[in-house]
Design a protein around this ligand. Structure first.
Ligand code: NAD
Ligand code: UDP
Length: 339
C-alpha cells in the first residue's frame, strides 16, 4: 500500500520505514524535523538503496498537509508525529495538546479529503496510569497521570469517535510499552537531543563516555530488587507490529486498541546487568531518589496482538542490548557523528 508516515524520521519511524519497504509497501514521510535529523532518512535510504520520499511539513499545517495527501493519495497512514517527553509535557501543555491532539485532528481532515480511511496510531502504555492489576490488558482502566498521557488518550478517543462516524474505516491504536535497541546495521537508532529522559539511551551514553554515571531512580519499590520494572521491546519488533497492523487494516474495518510489548518485565538493575553482559562494559551507577510520577512496574498482556494481528515480539534482551550498543558505539554523537 501507499502509506503516509507522519514522524517517519524519528526513532520508531525510521525503523518502521525499513520494515514497510521490506513488506512491499511504499512509504511517504511527513516530518517537521523538530526532533529528528534529515540524516536519519538519508541513512534509511542508504539501507534500502533508494531515497525515501518525504516532505518537510508540520502535521498542524492543514493546507500543506491536504495538498500532500492530494498528491500522494495514501491508502493508509501511520501517525508517529508527536511530542513525547513526559516531564516537558507538564511545562509546555499547550504545545503538547496542540501537536498531539490538534495535529491528529488536522491529519484526519487531510485523510477525509482523499477518502483515506486506515490509520495506525502511536499510543502509549502510559495511558493506563497506576495499575489495578498486572499485566495490563486493553480493558484495564485508563487514568493518565501526565499531560503527555492525557494527549495520547484524547487522540485515541478522537480516532475511536471518527471510526464510529466512518464505520468502514480501520483505526488501530497501538499502545507501545518501552521501545529500545536499534537496527542490526547500526546505521539508525535512538538519538535523543540533550539530556536523555529514558533509561536505555542513558545507559548507552554512559557506556560511550558522554555521561559519567547512571542514576537509578529508586531501589525501594515493591519489585523483586526494589528498582522499577518495565516491559522493554526491541524497536524492530515494534516496527514489525506496524506492518502487521497495516495488513489487518487493509482487510478489516474497526477500531482496536492493542498492547505492543513482550509481556516480560525487567528491572533497572537487570537492564544494567544485561547491557554489561552483552557488551563486556561496566556501567557506573548510583542509587538516587525515586523520580516523581514513576510507577513501580508495568507489563503488557500481549495476547490481543497475537490473536488479532498474528504478531509477537521475537527479540530478547541480549539482542536489545547488543543492537543499542552497535548503534551508539558507531555513532557516539548520534546523527551528528560524521560517518
Ligand atoms: P521521535 O521524537 O523520535 O519521533 C517523532 C517524530 O515526529 C520526529 O521525527 C519529529 O521530528 C516528528 N514531529 C514532532 N512534531 C511534529 C509535528 N508537529 N509535525 C510533524 N512532525 C513532527 O519519537 P519516537 O520515539 O519515534 O516516537 C514516535 C511516536 O511513538 C510518538 O508519537 C510517541 O509519543 C510514541 N511513543 C513513543 C514511545 C517511546 O518510548 N519512544 C513510547 C510510546 C509511544
Ligand atoms: N530510570 C532510571 N534512571 C534513568 C532513567 C530511567 O533509573 O536515568 C528508570 C525509571 O525510573 C524507570 C525505568 O528506568 O523505572 C524506565 O524509565 P524510562 O524513562 O525509560 O521509561 P518509562 O518510565 O517512561 O516507562
Amino acid at each position: 500500500m501507499r502509506v503516509l508516515v507522519t514522524g517517519g524520521a524519528g526513532y520508531i519511524g525510521t525503523h518502521t520505514l525499513l520494515e514497510l519497504v521490506a513488506a512491499g509497501h511504499e512509504p511517504f514521510v511527513v516530518d517537521n524535523f523538530e526532533n529528528a535529523s534529515p540524516r536519519a532518512l538519508a541513512r534509511v535510504g542508504e539501507l534500502i538503496q533508494r531515497p525515501i520520499p518525504h516532505a518537510t511539513c508540520d502535521v498542524r499545517d492543514r493546507s500543506t498537509l491536504t495538498e500532500i495527501f492530494e498528491d500522494i493519495r495514501p491508502e493508509a497512514v501511520i501517525h508517529f508525529a508527536g511530542l513525547k517527553a513526559v516531564g516537558e509535557s507538564e511545562e509546555r501543555p499547550r504545545d503538547y495538546y496542540d501537536v498531539n491532539v490538534a495535529g491528529t485532528l488536522t491529519l484526519l481532515a487531510a485523510m477525509e479529503a482523499v477518502d483515506c480511511a486506515r490509520i495506525v496510531f502511536s499510543s502509549s502504555a502510559t495511558v493506563y496510569g497506576a495499575p489495578d492489576y498486572l499485566p495490563y490488558d486493553e480493558a484495564h482502566p485508563t487514568r493518565p497521570l501526565s499531560v503527555y498521557a492525557k494527549t495520547k488518550l484524547m487522540a485515541e478517543d478522537i480516532l475511536r469517535d471518527w471510526h464510529s462516524a466512518h464505520p468502514q474505516s480501520a483505526v488501530l491504536l497501538l499502545r507501545y510499552f518501552n521501545p529500545v535497541g536499534a537496527h542490526i546495521s547500526g546505521r539508525i537508532g535512538e538519538d535523543p537531543q540533550g539530556w536523555p529522559n529514558n533509561l536505555m539511551p542513558f545507559i548507552t551514553q554512559v557506556a560511550v563516555g558522554r555521561r559519567d554515571k547512571l542514576m537509578v531512580f529508586g531501589d525501594d519499590y515493591d519489585t523483586p530488587d526494589g528498582t522499577g520494572v518495565r516491559d522493554y521491546i526491541h524497536v524492530v519488533d515494534l516496527a514489525r507490529a506496524h506492518v502487521a497492523a497495516l495488513t489487518h487494516a487493509e482487510k478489516t474495518p474497526g477500531a482496536e486498541v492493542i498492547n505492543i510489548g513482550t509481556g516480560q518485565g525487567y528491572s533497572v538493575l537487570e537492564m544494567i546487568r544485561a547491557f554489561e553482559a552483552a557488551t563486556g562494559l561496566e556501567i557506573p551507577h548510583e542509587i538516587a531518589p525515586r523520580r516523581e510520577g514513576d510507577i513501580a512496574a508495568m507489563q503488557a498482556d500481549v495476547r490481543r496482538a497475537e490473536t488479532l494481528l498474528g504478531w509477537r515480539a521475537r527479540h530478547g534482551l541480549a539482542e536489545m542490548m547488543a543492537s543499542a550498543w552497535g548503534w551508539q558505539s558507531a555513532n557516539p554523537q548520534g546523527y551528528t557523528t560524521d560517518n
